[in-house]
Design a protein around this ligand. Structure first.
Ligand code: C2E
Ligand code: MG
Ligand code: MG
Length: 655
């Protein structure tokens, strides 16, 4: 049999043996690797054989031993070198190759050691050489049993190959001491085999359980970093991968962070159920992954937010990717026969210009996303530093606003709403004012949105209603009070109770209160809104639709809710867009008001011509600087007193 066919047949035999073994491939490989882990102990075995045979050759001067010295040296060096090479962790050698290589070396060496020991017994070159060689051979046979317990077949094979020739030689000599040695070998061999199997079992079990723990740990880590709905990374997963990307980022690279938020996803979830919602998220995830470069990291941040971290050539490429995502997400998604249209808002921050580290970039992409949403959704906003400045100012205002409520820096001003026929004040609208000790007067447009964002609006709104109602309680019975309500205030729990308490506290009849709401309240038509309006209407509180014409201007809301007043936004009265069209619109709204028994207020009247025009168009009430600006409560009371005292009773002539 040639060398290569011997190796091949060994290979086949080992393959069959490995296939029969039920332990996992990884455990088996680790066990086989233990054969290679200590090349020094291999060297010790080889050196021992060389030294013993060299000593024998020197003592006896026989070429036979010299030949073994050469053979042992060659095999020893070859085994040590291959073991050193294959023992490296990154070695690509297969388990089978490791076994074959080791088996060939080990069996040859052990067979030769057994052979020389047997021949030494038979040729009897002298007691000391005999003791030396036979003892060393037997020690070797015993020693490998423990060392190679990772592969019992090899360990036992080596033991048998060293023990068997010695055993046969002992029987051949047939003297009592040799027969005792033969019996000893006969007893030691199975004992060592059993020890080998036991050690192997312990080794195998501990490797298997270490493997299992490692597998579980890996699985847990994967789960902890994966979003179960889309199989994308979750926040923790993204954070980890993002930090790695930042660690490896080169100075001449550009990295884009896209933060996507699906517009009105909540409605899909609420109306069609969570299963459909999940399918939308999965489809969205798939579309994003398909569009983004292969090396991009895509993650989902709970809810309907997705984040992509991707290398890009430049800002233009980031723009192109974002617009492709918009276009692709617009394609309707078919789920259970329904065609769903999804759109997203996207905020983008670029490394290195928009932030040095992952945290900063995420924060700025989020800020850009916020701007994209505020600007009307379905669009992409790239971060720029003014966004941070605005945010800083907002934070500052938020902190100061909390203190301002405590320190009484806020006050309520009142602007009259006048009957365009008689010029008499019918209502005062309460408008909040903030006189900041350093910044001067701050406009509500600036701090009301901050109060809404921070949730402070509920406290602030209640305070405003109480203060305004107290002032109104001093006015003549026929003058009513209008208070602006923010949508968030209305959706807060117990909102209607808050209003009724304020009225009771100020001793103002509910019929004298009018709440001004804008159409943004109805965008996500909620039960809370309906209940709030129904409860307060039942008590006699009236509702006015403020800033009509700036939002959705849906007749649906007017039909659904009991508005007693519609306030046409001042952009229809003054400003660049005013013309034939706006006049026709005011006329149509006024006509509708007359038919539905609602008052129509024209806002922002500054000139007498505007007053005449809106009255001519059919508006019944007017508000604006022409009549009066918003004034403090004592001036409002004075205006009323003047009006009652003056002859014609009008605040200002309108005719
Ligand atoms: P709004 O409810 O539409 O109030 C009318 C705004 O128009 C007031 O601005 C008023 O000063 C201004 N205005 C009145 N007549 C004229 C005019 O002839 N020309 C011009 N150019 N402006 C006129 P203000 O007080 O700055 O309030 C702005 C907005 O802030 C209000 O719009 C309202 O939406 C909100 N707001 C004001 N006070 C409160 C409040 O107490 N609570 C809530 N939730 N929002 C408030
Ligand atoms: Mg208003
Ligand atoms: Mg208004």
């Amino acid at each position: 049999m040639s060398g290569s066919s011997l190796i091949n047949s060994l290979h086949r035999r080992i393959s069959r043996r490995l296939e029969r073994d039920p332990i996992s491939a990884r455990v088996r490989r680790t066990l086989v690797r233990t054969l290679y882990t200590q090349p020094t102990s291999l060297a010790v075995g080889a050196i021992n054989g060389i030294v013993a045979t060299s000593l024998a050759a020197w003592m006896i001067g026989d070429d036979f031993y010299t030949a073994f010295v050469v053979l042992f040296s060659l095999i020893g060096v070859a085994r040590f070198l291959t073991a050193s090479r294959l023992s490296r962790e990154n070695s690509t050698a297969t388990t089978r190759k490791l076994v074959v290589v080791y088996e060939v070396g080990a069996f040859t060496y052990a067979g030769l050691y057994g052979l020389i020991a047997a021949m030494t017994i038979v040729y009897h070159p002298g007691a000391s050489v005999e003791v030396l060689i036979v003892a060393c051979a037997l020690c070797y046979g015993v020693g490998v049993s423990a060392r190679n317990a990772g592969a019992p077949f090899i360990a036992n094979g080596q033991m048998v190959l060293t023990f068997l020739p010695v055993f046969i030689a002992c029987l051949y000599m047939a003297s009592l001491p040799f027969l005792v040695l033969a019996v000893t070998i006969l007893l030691v061999a199975p004992a060592m085999a059993s020890i080998t199997y036991n050690v192997h079992k312990v080794l195998r079990d501990s490797i298997a359980s270490a493997e299992e723990s490692e597998r579980l740990a890996r699985k847990m880590e994967t789960l902890a970093h994966t979003d179960v709905v889309t199989n994308l990374l979750n926040r923790a997963g993204l954070n980890q991968r993002f930090s790695q990307v930042m660690d490896n980022a080169q100075a001449d690279n550009t990295i884009a962070v896209f933060w996507l938020d699906l517009d009105r996803f909540k409605e899909v979830n609420d109306l069609l159920g969570h299963q459909v919602g999940d399918k939308v998220l999965q489809e969205t995830a798939q579309r994003i992954c398909d569009l983004m470069p292969e090396e991009a990291i895509v993650a989902r941040f709970g809810g309907d937010e997705f984040t992509v971290v991707s290398p890009v050539a430049n800002r233009k490429e980031a723009e192109r990717l974002a617009s492709e995502v918009h276009a692709d997400l617009m394609r309707p998604i078919r789920i259970q026969g329904d065609r769903l249209e999804v759109a997203a808002s996207i905020g983008v921050a670029l490394w290195p210009e928009d932030g040095q580290d992952a945290e900063m970039l995420m924060q700025n992409a989020d800020l850009a996303l916020y701007h994209a949403k505020v600007n009307g959704r379905k669009q992409t906003c790239f971060y720029d530093s003014s966004m941070s400045r605005n945010l800083a100012r907002k934070r500052e205002i938020e902190a100061e606003l909390r203190a301002a409520i405590q320190k009484d820096e806020l006050s309520i001003f009142f602007q009259p709403i006048v009957d365009l026929e008689t010029g008499k004040i019918k209502t005062f609208e309460a408008l909040v004012r903030w006189f900041h000790p350093e910044k001067g007067e701050l406009r509500p447009d600036e701090f009301i949105p901050v109060a809404e964002d921070s949730g402070l609006i509920v406290t602030l709104g209640n305070w405003i209603t109480v203060q305004a109602a107290r002032a109104a309680a001093q006015w003549p019975e026929d003058v009513t009070l209008a208070v602006n309500l923010s949508p968030l205030q209305i959706k807060a729990p117990g909102a209607s109770l808050g209003i009724l308490n304020a009225l009771r506290e100020a001793n103002l009849a509910p019929e004298r209160l009018e709440l001004e709401v804008t159409e943004s309240l109805f965008v996500d038509d909620s039960e809370a809104t309906e209940l709030f309006i129904a409860e307060l209407s039942a008590k006699g509180v009236r509702f006015a639709l403020d800033d009509f014409g700036t939002g959705y201007s849906s007749l649906g809301y007017i039909n659904k809710y009991p508005f007693s007043k519609i306030k046409v936004d001042r952009s229809f009265v003054s400003g660049p867009t005013v013309g034939k069209k706006t006049e026709a619109i005011i006329r149509a709204v006024a006509e509708m008001g007359a038919r539905l028994d609602m008052s129509i207020v024209a806002e922002g009247l500054e000139e007498i011509e505007q007053v005449r025009a809106v009255r001519e168009a059919g508006c019944t009430l007017g508000q604006g600087f022409y009549f009066s600006r918003a004034v403090p409560d004592y001036l409002a009371a004075m205006l009323l007193a003047q009006e009652r005292e003056s002859e014609d009773g009008a605040l200002r002539k309108v005719g």
